[in-house]
Design a protein around this ligand. Structure first.
Ligand code: ADP
Ligand code: MG
Length: 491
């Protein structure tokens, strides 16, 4: 039934090529690798995407750019429609899978389309993280009727598989207490820690346990909450959405730092108040303490700080080693002959220092190596296999040059433009964004940032930082854009 104008796909190829050039590989891959051309007829271009989240995101952020590029190709194009592909449609071709999985040019997909575990373990890029976040959103259907479904819980994330240590015992105790039910004591429970330290694991452990006891549980990432709310508003079902939210016994919001937008925050605040006043439990996790969540409205922040706020610190050696031992035991259920010598456990625990996620990555590589080569795990082999993980476990520092490079690429201006005195709008905004990012992502002082941006005065930098902060508060698309840039930078 689809009528394709002759040559339509050639146009689409060129539009994509241009988009990739304008956005850079990572951004392009995150948002456009899964967009397909369905139809190009009578000036209407119909594109399809796999999730509603993606549809919304592209509409909010890239609509004008897409239209501009299509019109450059064919000047009769006057309408771009985005549709969500039905579940029956065959999944992506291997070529698409490959470009999704390998945004940095590596090829983790083997000829027959099976993932290569070694290469995959080596591949953790920002774009993938973003895509994975979207993927989680896909598991939930969107009408407000289904709001109680929430995101799927990972059955691996239970209290039994969570390893206790000095850095997480308080968080674990609080989570256990909440999961046990009874009187609501800590409300909300706010967990904060940097990435990979077990927030999601703990939250899902609570969620699974409470759900098993028959109570209504909703686990959502903040992005997902935002998206559901926005969808409900559009379909005029916001009221139903709000009411449904208020009947929940346990609401868990993960990655709170991504909650943006004034209206969404207001709504979240109302929900929070309603739930807490109704003695229903709320758990929130974020990568920083409430006081540092500077994108959040003051009222939300203070409400969030009103319960119990617990941090999880970086794991010490003992905890890292215990997590590894637990992982080895889990792997042995599938691969009974898999053995890791004590000395190698010590080595990995000592050198892969930063988070549960890195430890898991390290172990997956050892398993994969062992399976693929049938060689026993030795110290030498571990050193070889984990070389880059060991290096990357040193804390990553964002440099001003990186910010300038990423920002100029993203907005398609040159670095010289950013440093120049030119006052064109298309340059001023990216420059202000870059200065803002330099302030929030590096320890550099305002005068120093000024010097690095073409010898500007520190008051200019301050003005830029305030301006962007202020704009991001009311401009949802800009707030998302900043988040995306930040994620690209601390890849
Ligand atoms: P966060 O949400 O804080 O970024 P996750 O909960 O996703 O971190 O944890 C990352 C990975 O590390 C998960 O696979 C998780 O199971 C594992 N992990 C982190 N801390 C622990 C722990 N204390 N015990 C067992 N596994 C852990
Ligand atoms: Mg998490």
């Amino acid at each position: 039934m689809q009528v394709q104008e002759a040559g339509g796909s050639e146009h689409w190829k060129r539009v994509k090529k241009q988009l990739r050039a304008e956005l850079g590989d990572d951004v392009f891959t995150s948002w456009f690798a899964r967009v397909d051309l369905e139809e190009h007829l009578d000036g209407t271009v119909r594109l399809s995407v796999p999730t509603r989240f993606l549809k919304q995101w592209i509409q909010n952020n890239y609509n004008d750019q897409l239209m501009g590029l299509w019109q450059r190709e064919c000047d009769n194009v006057h309408r771009i429609e985005l549709t969500v592909r039905g579940a029956i449609r065959p999944r992506q071709s291997p070529a698409v899978k490959q470009s999704l999985a390998a945004p940095s040019g590596a090829k983790p997909v083997m000829a027959e389309g099976r993932a290569d575990p070694l290469a995959e373990a080596a591949q953790v890029t920002r774009a993938q993280a973003a895509t994975a976040a979207l993927g989680r959103g896909e598991t939930v259907s969107d009408s407000s009727r289904d709001v109680l479904q929430g995101a799927a819980l990972d059955p691996k994330y239970t209290f039994e598989t969570f390893v206790e240590g000095e850095s997480n015992n308080l968080a674990l105790a609080a989570a256990r207490q909440v999961a046990a039910g009874g009187a609501v004591t800590f409300n909300p429970l706010y967990l904060h820690a940097s990435v990979g330290l077990g927030k999601t694991h703990l939250m899902q452990a609570v969620a699974s346990k409470v759900r098993a006891s028959g109570r209504k549980v909703l686990y959502l990432t903040a992005e997902h909450f935002m998206y559901k709310f926005v969808t409900a508003l559009k379909s005029q079902s916001a009221l139903a959405f709000k009411e449904t939210l208020r009947t929940i016994d346990l609401l868990l919001i993960d990655d709170m730092q991504f909650l943006h937008g004034k209206q969404v925050q207001q709504e979240f605040c109302h929900t929070l108040n309603a739930l807490i006043d109704g003695a229903r439990q709320v758990i929130v996790a974020a990568d920083r303490a409430p006081s540092e969540l500077d994108t959040l409205d003051d009222r939300v922040r203070s409400r969030l700080s009103g319960g119990l706020v617990v941090g999880i610190q970086e794991p010490d050696f003992a905890l890292r080693r215990n997590i590894l031992v637990a992982r080895v035991e889990a792997a042995q259920k599938t691969y009974p002959q898999f053995e890791v010598p004590e000395a190698v456990l010590d080595y990995v625990a000592r050198h892969v220092a930063s988070s549960g996620r890195d430890l898991e990555g390290a172990l997956n590589r050892l398993v994969a190596h062992n399976q693929l080569t049938n060689q026993p795990i030795t110290q030498e082999m571990a050193e070889m296999t984990l070389r880059d993980l060991v290096r990357s476990s040193e804390p990553r520092r964002v440099k001003i040059e990186d910010i300038q490079r990423v920002v100029s690429k993203h907005y398609n201006v040159t670095k010289a433009d950013l440093l120049s005195a030119r006052r064109t709008r298309t340059i001023v905004r990216p420059r202000q964004i870059a200065m803002y990012l330099a302030k929030v992502m590096t320890p550099r002082s305002l005068p120093e940032i000024g010097r690095r941006f073409g010898n500007r005065d520190h008051t200019t930098v301050l003005h830029a930082v305030r301006k962007i902060e202020e704009m991001a508060r009311s401009d949802y698309a800009l707030a998302q854009e900043l988040e995306l840039l930040k994620r690209m930078l601390d890849a």
